[in-house]
Design a binder for this molecule. Structure first.
Ligand code: FAD
Length: 413
């Protein structure tokens, strides 16, 4: 079959792929993105964190994002609100400890991902939709990929491959890198609603609302409003807690009606698209890199959706890897373990501490602890805003110790 040559191949045109592609194209590399779907396409992961705005900016796409936000119904976001059985708590991202942006957006990913991909192609990346990576051979000098199109296939020879295929996990599958996550399996049921939330309701459209189930403490809901009067709502629980004899819509409404606040907010809400289900999404890999390849975003490790950290981690991995690929292609020595894997893992591990303590409820108690301790709240707010790599934050530097200390403090109250 036909054969082509390029500098870098990126698998997947989601946020990780688009950010990496735009940076590499701007560095002058002949960059091909192979994307299985046609855009726009649905994706879950709609609530962004402020830290990811820095990566959008580094990739040269921030002006386009801001210019199109209103038209695409992206909702301004400045924090996270929490609700548990009558208790309320709020974190305003602008009061965070770390430097950097304090606001972001909640986005319909079909439109958001298309915007980023279109910008990447304006900046020089060659994005090929409805093509899929089926085979790969990697070695020190580069890689050869077999790509299938609707009616044909061809080989692409490249100096470096970045896998940004998300839950497609192309290289982990083809190169046998998958290892199970040590987080217990959970599943999510979700859809979009015309929410009809009343203007005078106790609800701030500028914040994601995370609700803890009133009876089952490891079950939670997200409510992510958009600016056109629609919202994304989903529930996350262990698989056995779903009643699979009901339709997904019925299951979702049943969970909504178990919480007083969501029942009230969604009294007039109407579902606008078929509900979806995703499970077994937590994943891990043996290694985030190898000869002439690296894994970005969800194609590497994915933890859990509770703190909306997925897109931020994906974009951070993309920016870091793109800079390293440029150095490597220029002939510089790159230590992928230290400069990529270890450095990315630092922040992922911080989120992991927070996720684990969310589900064992110690962090939930911290969230609802009504103390205006002016020292600690900004540090926690920073992590919730995505700044999980800022080592001047004690909760980044030793997150497990910080979390244990906090949990004790809240118990003692
Ligand atoms: P993706 O966005 O998944 O993009 C991967 C792309 O690769 C896709 O376009 C796909 O079509 C393409 N692809 C796949 N296989 C192939 C192939 N063989 N060949 C070519 N292309 C291929 N994150 C947040 O930041 N905020 C949230 O609120 C949030 N909520 C979530 C809720 C749930 C229930 C779950 C499960 C996740 C959530 N996430 C959230 C995580 C978020 O979905 C992901 O972290 C994010 O989409 C990862 O981006 P990515 O670029 O790595 O991959």
């Amino acid at each position: 079959s036909k054969s082509e040559v390029c500098d870098v191949v990126i698998i997947g045109a989601g946020p990780a792929g688009a950010i990496a592609a735009s940076m590499l194209a701007q560095d002058g590399w002949n960059t091909v993105v192979v994307e299985r779907e046609n855009f726009p396409r649905f994706s879950i992961g709609e609530s962004l964190l402020p830290h990811c705005m820095e990566f959008v900016k580094q990739a040269g796409m921030l002006d386009a994002l801001n210019a199109n936000a209103e038209k695409l119904d992206f909702q301004f976001k400045n924090g996270a609100a929490f609700y548990r059985k009558g208790e309320r708590s709020e974190f305003n991202f602008e009061n965070k400890f770390s430097d950097g942006p304090g606001t972001t957006f909640q986005v319909k990913r079909a439109a958001f991902d298309k915007l980023l991909a279109d910008e990447a192609s304006k900046l020089g990346a060659d994005i090929r939709y409805q093509q899929s990576v089926e085979e790969v051979v990697t070695h020190e000098e580069g890689a050869t990929l077999k790509i299938t199109t609707a009616d044909d296939s061809y080989h692409l020879k490249t100096r470096f491959v970045l896998d940004a295929s998300g839950f497609g996990r192309v290289l982990p599958r083809l190169l046998d890198l998958n290892v199970p996550s040590d987080l217990p399996p959970r599943k999510a049921v979700f859809t979009h609603f015309k929410d009809n939330i009343k203007a005078d309701a106790n609800f701030d459209r500028n914040k994601i609302l995370i609700t803890v189930h009133p009876e089952i403490e490891d079950v939670w809901y997200w409510l992510i409003p958009f600016s056109d009067g629609t919202s994304s709502l989903g529930v996350v629980a262990r698989p056995e807690l779903f009643n699979d004899e009901q339709t997904l819509e019925e299951q979702l409404w049943a969970f909504i009606h178990q919480d007083d606040n969501l029942s009230e907010l969604f009294e007039q809400a109407e579902i606008t698209q078929p509900a979806r289900m995703i499970g077994g999404y937590s994943s891990n890999v043996k290694s985030l890199y190898g000869p002439s390849f690296a894994l970005l975003g969800n194609a590497g490790e994915f933890l859990d959706p509770v703190f909306s950290s997925g897109v931020t981690i994906a974009m951070r991995s993309a920016v870091t890897a793109a800079q390293l690929v440029t150095r490597e292609l220029k002939g510089e020595q790159v230590d992928w373990q230290i400069e990529y894997a270890d450095s990315l893992k630092k922040g992922i591990d911080v989120f992991k501490t927070f996720v684990t303590s969310w589900y064992d409820t110690s962090f939930q108690n911290v969230v609802f602890f009504q103390s205006e301790d002016t020292e600690i709240k900004p540090m926690i707010t920073s992590i919730l805003a995505g700044y999980a790599w800022d080592e001047s934050n004690p909760f980044v530097k030793s997150s497990r110790r910080g979390m244990r200390m906090l949990a004790k403090l809240c118990e003692a109250d």
